[in-house]
Design a protein around this ligand. Structure first.
Ligand SMILES: Cc1cc2nc3c(=O)[nH]c(=O)nc-3n(C[C@H](O)[C@H](O)[C@H](O)COP(=O)(O)OP(=O)(O)OC[C@H]3O[C@@H](n4cnc5c(N)ncnc54)[C@H](O)[C@@H]3O)c2cc1C
Length: 447
């Protein structure tokens, strides 16, 4: 039986859901509401346009508006949903009034955490998200002399690199002792910080934001920190991603300990007929069961697909996550799976380590790059529980593989005996994962 499914959100989760609804049954009616002018663009590419690695914003658009019309997906742009009434199965849309649904999917995403200091209303504070705003900010960047990136979050790391590539005097302030200190280990970030220094970046760690200071016209002039004042005409606010779930909470949906909406493996919320996906939800970590919120666009898309298929009358499940991650940072690529030493220590999880400093191709092949691999395993069983890496290439593929290795319970012994491709242009004789596992085993034997 065809259904009318309403999706709130036009990001990765919302558009994944819309496709899932149609995949479940092409006769389903699907209506998407987004507060933005566009859907189906990649926000992930924005830092790389700012950094001039990508030469235009147009290439970030993944599909035309007409493509959605042709697919039978009715997208309402600049349409803010102001309320959800679960009992009556309606939403309220600004300017449209009430719209009824048989099933509802919430993909309302994230907001950057409020920096919580004076001066938050000054012009010159950039929250990177909406592509139309990014296009305008890109013009502003041509005039910016000095910028402060607030917090070395994943986006902060990308924006520091982008602004430095753009030739802007770039400062990074972060309360942690090193970049990405909530998820990455210091030995992984050390080469990145070194390459930022080469680019002229001034990183201020163990430093908290105190105030955005404006001039008489209400424009940012400087940023006050616990370590002094930094002259800046731009601040890029890259604070923690918080779930944007005010709609769901007001409608009475259950939230978890992170503040994200609680969902089951079908992405169903606590209310019948209502699903949620993406950064407004929380999902358990596959090993620890610890709820995680604010994962990535690829997680949001896959969750959205699951929610959409189920809302559309199909059957699909989404399981706990093992979190492969990675990004370009300075002149390196960093990444990993599950967690590293810092998180394991914070959670009180015991571990043994295997490290290797290897290479990405045959040592004589042009373009060969270093690849550092660190594996964490459970003492005794030697089951892989996490990995972190830094290097010049091949980090993404290793992160994806190692997330599966964690998921399926591979041990250091399995990884030490892993087969690998050796071909001078693409892979070294000694695969760094194998060497790291072997080094871990050797270290244990020696005591
Ligand atoms: C600059 C940047 C870089 C990124 N880089 C990466 C990357 O490299 N890799 C990666 O995997 N992910 C990346 N991401 C993705 C990101 O971190 C999120 O995980 C992803 O955007 C989550 O998707 P979402 O659909 O849950 O939420 P969002 O993308 O936040 O979308 C939320 C949607 O909900 C709509 N909405 C919210 N409230 C309402 C309402 N009341 N009424 C109507 N519409 C509403 C918004 O208009 C928007 O369309 C990046 C994001 C940004 C902004």
């Amino acid at each position: 039986m065809a259904r009318r499914v309403v999706v709130v959100g036009g990001g990765a989760a919302g558009m994944g859901a819309a496709g899932g609804v149609k995949a479940a049954d092409p006769r389903n009616e699907v209506i998407v509401y987004t507060g933005f002018d566009d859907v189906a663009y990649s926000p992930c590419g924005i830092p790389y346009v700012h950094g001039r690695e990508i030469d235009n914003f147009q290439s970030l658009f993944l599909a035309s508006k007409q493509a959605y019309v042709d697919a039978g997906i009715d997208v309402h742009y600049n349409a803010d949903v102001t309320a959800v009434d679960i009992a009556r199965k309606v939403i309220r849309v600004a300017g449209e009034g009430e719209v009824s649904w048989d099933r509802l999917v919430l993909g309302t995403g994230f907001n950057y955490a409020d920096p919580g200091v004076p001066g938050g209303d000054l012009s010159g504070l950039y929250y990177v998200k909406n592509i139309r705003e990014a296009i305008e900010w890109d013009k502003v960047l041509d005039t910016v002399k000095s910028a402060v990136v607030v917090q070395a979050s994943p986006l902060g790391v990308e924006m520091v690199t982008a602004l430095a590539h753009r030739g802007i005097e770039t400062h990074l302030i972060d309360p942690g002792p090193w970049a990405l200190s909530e998820m990455a280990d210091p030995d992984i970030m050390a080469p990145v910080e070194e390459s930022w220094r080469e680019l002229g970046v001034k990183a201020h760690f163990n430093t908290t934001l105190k105030e955005f200071v404006g001039d008489t016209h209400g424009a940012l002039r400087s940023v006050t920190t616990s370590d002094g004042e930094i002259q800046a005409d731009l601040a890029v606010v890259c604070t923690h991603k918080e779930p944007n779930n005010a709609l769901g909470v007001a409608a009475g949906l259950k939230v978890g300990s992170t503040g994200g909406l609680s969902v089951d493996e079908r992405m169903a919320t606590s209310a019948p007929g209502v699903y949620a996906a993406g950064d407004c939800t929380e999902i358990p970590h596959g090993l620890t069961g610890v709820p995680l919120q604010g994962l990535t666009g690829s997680h949001a898309y896959a969750q959205g697909k699951t929610a959409g298929v189920n809302a559309g009358g199909g059957e699909r499940t989404y399981s706990a996550v093992y979190v492969p991650w990675g990004t370009a940072a300075g002149k390196w690529i960093i990444g990993g799976a599950s967690f590293g030493e810092t998180t394991a220590t914070a959670l009180g999880i015991p571990y043994v380590v295997g490290n290797a400093q290897g290479i990405s191709r045959a040592r004589y092949y042009p373009g060969v790059k270093p690849v550092k691999v660190k594996l964490l395993a459970e003492p005794g069983s030697l089951r892989l529980i996490g990995a972190q890496m830094v290097g010049g290439e091949g980090i993404k593929e290793r992160a994806d593989f190692l997330a599966m290795a964690v998921k399926f319970g591979f041990t250091l012994n399995d990884l030490a005996r892993m087969e690998n491709v050796y071909s001078p242009a693409i892979g070294a004789l000694n695969e760094p994962i194998v060497v790291a596992a072997q080094n871990g085993l050797d270290g244990l034997r020696k005591g």
